[in-house]
Ligand binder design. Sequence first.
Ligand SMILES: CC(=O)SCCNC(=O)CCNC(=O)[C@H](O)C(C)(C)COP(=O)(O)OP(=O)(O)OC[C@H]1O[C@@H](n2cnc3c(N)ncnc32)[C@H](O)[C@@H]1OP(=O)(O)O
Length: 172
Amino acid sequence: MTVKIKKCNLEELQILQEISIETFNETFKGQNSPENMKAYLEKAFHSKQLENELSNLFSQFFFVYFNKEVAGYLKVNTNDAQSEDMGGESLEIERIYIKNKFQKHGLGKYLLDKAMKMAVERNKKKVWLGVWEKNENAIAFYKKMGFVQTGAHSFYMGDEEQVDFIMTKTLN
Ligand SMILES: CC(=O)SCCNC(=O)CCNC(=O)[C@H](O)C(C)(C)COP(=O)(O)OP(=O)(O)OC[C@H]1O[C@@H](n2cnc3c(N)ncnc32)[C@H](O)[C@@H]1OP(=O)(O)O
């Protein structure tokens, strides 16, 4: 078994779009209406939207490969690219998504470790993320990784306002 991380570039937009849609569907389809899912997917993962995000100097995407297959991805933001104004000393993990069939094999932790390493290299003081209050699996994972809830913010899934817990890990 070989696990590798590779930075995602603009040329790989289509692969990013495919895995983004696939993993978002796998994770949230069961708890949200088809209309809200469709509205969110079309907006968040539109080619133009992903192109803008991939071109942002303060956002970075990484694929994790299990053997030769893309098994998941990570998106991190710093500075103004963060989805909340957390300042220059923070790094945001905006997305860690592993395909269902590759979960519980250590790949989520692998991507999280990558984000933590980036934060240390950039002298950040904390790493934070927003996770849907009903996403118990991810909340348990982040707690296991040492994150604690420090707040909450609103988030729109289609026309439905949902609550994201903000979870934070302070770096030494
Ligand atoms: C900021 C955001 O992106 S929020 C959205 C998060 N993403 C999702 O919800 C998408 C769907 N889920 C996933 O992609 C994955 O399940 C993730 C990212 C939550 C976890 O990734 P995985 O690869 O499954 O976890 P991984 O195998 O690396 O587990 C690492 C550790 O966390 C533990 N862990 C993982 N999931 C859970 C859980 N649900 N409950 C308790 N512990 C857990 C593992 O047991 C493991 O512990 P260990 O190091 O002692 O062995």
